[in-house]
Design a protein around this ligand. Structure first.
Ligand code: SF4
Length: 274
């Protein structure tokens, strides 16, 4: 378990006596919220191919991702907030992967580990392989390599932590899972003679009609699958509300005054130290 470092949490221009730095932090709600989430990511316990061995190596004692609060790999999507897609995604496997992703609660993140998960890797365009999990799920971090080393995976995890640190509760587009109502599930692909994405149904139907008429259908005519992102419903609602808020100018001036005074105190304090 990582040590608690209050300096990481300190996030204000208000001065804090040096002797209190180890015990007290003045911070924002966003910072505290992001810090707690990113320090306790629970990855979903599954692996797909050779990359999974490197992931297991990363969890073991030599590299040990418990240092990032990530050691609790859960064997159920209901308790996981990170999906590490580690290995070759076959057309047969992408169906349960999307189903598992839908079963994970928000907020949730996806990491594509290795060349196969990122774009098909050495098996790209193989008859049974998906050319990248991002055709179906919104990927937050790509970890390159075949396979990526444990160091590369750790770097990917740290990158994800930085991404979470950059999210703000004040910007609801950053945290769309606080939208009104449940988020829309990602359509689960259908495995027939080939994989079918329900989002491409209209195009497939049109092509079937053209084929029935004996006309060319264009083998590569399928459009790219749009990457699903949950809609920031609440953000839209909040933006509408914000327009109606009337700012009290006297209050605003008073807040600005207090802020200036605090900044002046901080500068004086800093100057007295140097
Ligand atoms: S990227 Fe390389 S190591 Fe990883 S699953 Fe594919 S072939 Fe295996």
């Amino acid at each position: 378990m990582a040590d608690l470092n209050l300096n990481e949490l300190h996030d204000t221009e208000f001065p804090l006596p040096e002797q209190m730095h180890g015990n007290v932090a003045i911070t924002s709600l966003s910072k505290l919220y992001n810090w707690s989430r990113r320090s306790s990511m629970w990855p979903l316990l599954f692996g797909l191919a050779c990359c999974a061995i490197e992931m297991i190596g990363t969890a073991a004692s030599r590299f040990d991702f418990s240092r990032f609060g990530m050691e609790v790999m859960r064997a159920t999507p209901r308790q996981s907030d990170l999906m590490i897609v580690s290995g070759t995604v076959t057309k047969k496997m992408v169906v349960p992967i999307v189903r598992l992703y839908n079963q994970m609660p928000e907020p949730k993140y996806v990491m594509a580990m290795g060349a196969c998960a990122s774009g098909g890797g050495p098996f790209k365009e193989g008859y049974n392989v998906v050319s990248g999990i991002d055709k179906y799920l919104p990927v937050d971090v790509y970890v390159p390599g075949c396979p990526p080393t444990p160091q590369a995976l750790l770097h990917g995890l740290i990158t994800l932590q930085k991404k979470i640190d950059g999210q703000s509760l004040a910007n609801l587009d950053d945290v769309p899972w606080y939208g009104v109502g449940p988020s829309e599930p990602t359509p689960i692909p259908i495995l027939g003679p080939d994989i079918i994405d329900p989002r491409q149904m209209d195009t497939i139907r049109r092509q079937a009609e053209l084929a029935a008429l004996g006309q060319p259908i264009g083998l590569r005519a399928l459009p790219d699958v749009p990457v699903y992102k949950p809609k920031p419903k609440k953000a839209v609602a909040a933006a509408a509300v914000v327009e109606e808020v009337v700012v009290d100018e006297e209050d605003a001036a008073r807040v600005m005054e207090l802020r200036q005074a605090a900044l002046a105190r901080k500068r004086a304090y800093d100057a007295s130290k140097s």
